[in-house]
Ligand binder design. Structure first.
Ligand code: COA
Ligand code: MG
Length: 299
C-alpha cells in the first residue's frame, strides 16, 4: 500500500479506438481511466486510436478522474509518438508497458522530458514480465532519483501468465509470491500498486472475491475492463462504515489525556498499539479523499 491519498481504487481500461467507451467514461464513477493504445488496439488502428484519444482529452469532460494514456513500448514503431501525443493531450500521466528494469524507467522518463512533459505529469509502469518481478527492487528504487515521475505500478497478470505458463486460477496461488513481492517493493518505496484485471467480466462474484483478495494483499486498487466492475471495486477498496467508526474510536482513545504517554491500550477488549492509531489516521484521511471525490463526481 502506498502513502498517497489520491484514490486509485478503480482504474478502467478502454481501447483507444473505441469512441463509445471514451464517451461513456465521462459518466462512470471510476477513479482513473486508462486510454489504451497498446494491446487492445490492432496495428492498423494505432494511429487512428492515438488521434482519437488526443482529441477526446482535449475536448475534456472527465471531471476529476485521473487520465492516463497507455503508450506502446518505446522500442515499437509507435511508442515515441504516443508519448509526444500524451504530452500534447495534457494527460495526467502515461503508462508504459513491459517495464523490466530501471533502465526502462529511465528511457520512459527521458522520452517524457524530451517531449516537454510538465513536471506534474506522472509515469505509471506495467509490471508484467518475469524480468520485472526479478528486478522489482531496482525498478522501485528509481523513485528516489531527482528526475523521477514514477507514481504507480499496474500488475499485468495476463502477460505474466503468458510469459511464465502460470495459471490465472481463482485462488491465485500460482501468482501469489509475485503479487506479494510487488506489494512489498511498492510499499517500501511509496508507489501506488494496482492489481491486475479479472477477465471473466460477466462473473461478478468471482470478480468481488478477487478484489477482496487484492485488498487483503495490500493492493491500492484494481484495474478493470468493464463498467459493471466499477461499483463493487470502489466499495471493496474503500474503508467501510465499521472501519471508519473503529478508526475514530482508536484515535479518540489515544487522544484521551490518560493515554497520552501510553504505547498500548485496551479498547473493546482488544490490544491497540500506537501504530494502530497511525493506521486509523491514514484510513480516515483516505476515506475523506474518497468522500470528496464522490461529491465532485455527483456535482
Ligand atoms: N470502458 C468504457 N465503456 C465500456 C467498456 C470500457 N472498458 N467496456 C464496455 N463499455 C460500455 C459499452 O460501450 C456499452 O455502452 P452502451 O451500452 O452505453 O453503449 C456498455 O459498456 C456495455 O458493454 P457490453 O456490451 O457489455 O460490452 P462489449 O461486449 O461491448 O465489450 C469488452 C466487452 C471486453 C470488449 C469491452 O468491455 C472492452 O473493450 N474492455 C476493455 C478491454 C481493454 O481495454 N483491454 C486492455 C487491457 S487488459
Ligand atoms: Mg500487457
Amino acid at each position: 500500500m502506498s502513502a498517497s491519498l489520491r484514490p486509485r481504487r478503480s482504474v478502467l481500461y478502454m481501447p483507444g479506438i473505441n469512441l463509445r467507451a471514451l464517451e461513456k467514461a465521462k459518466t462512470l464513477a471510476t477513479d482513473c481511466v486508462i486510454f489504451d493504445l497498446e494491446d487492445s488496439v490492432a496495428p492498423d488502428e494505432k494511429k487512428a486510436a492515438r488521434a482519437q484519444v488526443v482529441s477526446a482529452l482535449k475536448v475534456g469532460g472527465y471531471g476529476r478522474r485521473e487520465l492516463i494514456i497507455r503508450t506502446n513500448g518505446l522500442t515499437t514503431p509507435w511508442g515515441a509518438d504516443d508519448v509526444i501525443a500524451a504530452v500534447e493531450a495534457c494527460a495526467d500521466g502515461i503508462l508504459v508497458p513491459k517495464v523490466s528494469s530501471a533502465e526502462d524507467i529511465a528511457a520512459a522518463t527521458r522520452a517524457m522530458d524530451d517531449a516537454g512533459a510538465p513536471a506534474t505529469m506522472s509515469l505509471w509502469a506495467m509490471i508484467e514480465t518475469p524480468l520485472a518481478i526479478l528486478n522489482v527492487k531496482e525498478i522501485a528504487q528509481t523513485v528516489r532519483l531527482p528526475a523521477s515521475r514514477l507514481t504507480t505500478w499496474i500488475l499485468g497478470t495476463n502477460d505474466l501468465a503468458k510469459e511464465t505458463g502460470a495459471h490465472l486460477s481463482d485462488d491465485r496461488v500460482p501468482m501469489l509470491s509475485w503479487l506479494s513481492i510487488c506489494v512489498a517493493a511498492a510499499s517500501a518505496y511509496d508507489i501506488t500498486i494496482i492489481d491486475g484485471v479479472y477477465n471473466d467480466f460477466r462473473n461478478l462474484d468471482g470478480f468481488r472475491n478477487e478484489c477482496i483478495h487484492g485488498r487483503s494483499l495490500g493492493m491500492d486498487g484494481k484495474t478493470l475492463i468493464h463498467p459493471t466492475q466499477i461499483e463493487p471495486c470502489n466499495e471493496i477498496f474503500s474503508p467501510d462504515e465499521d472501519e471508519v467508526k473503529q478508526a475514530r474510536e482508536i484515535i479518540a482513545a489515544f487522544d484521551l489525556p490518560e493515554n497520552s504517554d501510553k504505547g498500548v491500550i485496551t479498547l473493546n477488549g482488544a490490544m491497540v498499539e500506537r501504530l494502530h492509531a497511525d493506521m486509523a489516521r491514514r484510513k480516515l484521511a483516505v476515506w475523506q479523499e474518497i468522500e470528496k471525490l464522490s461529491r465532485d463526481q455527483v456535482d
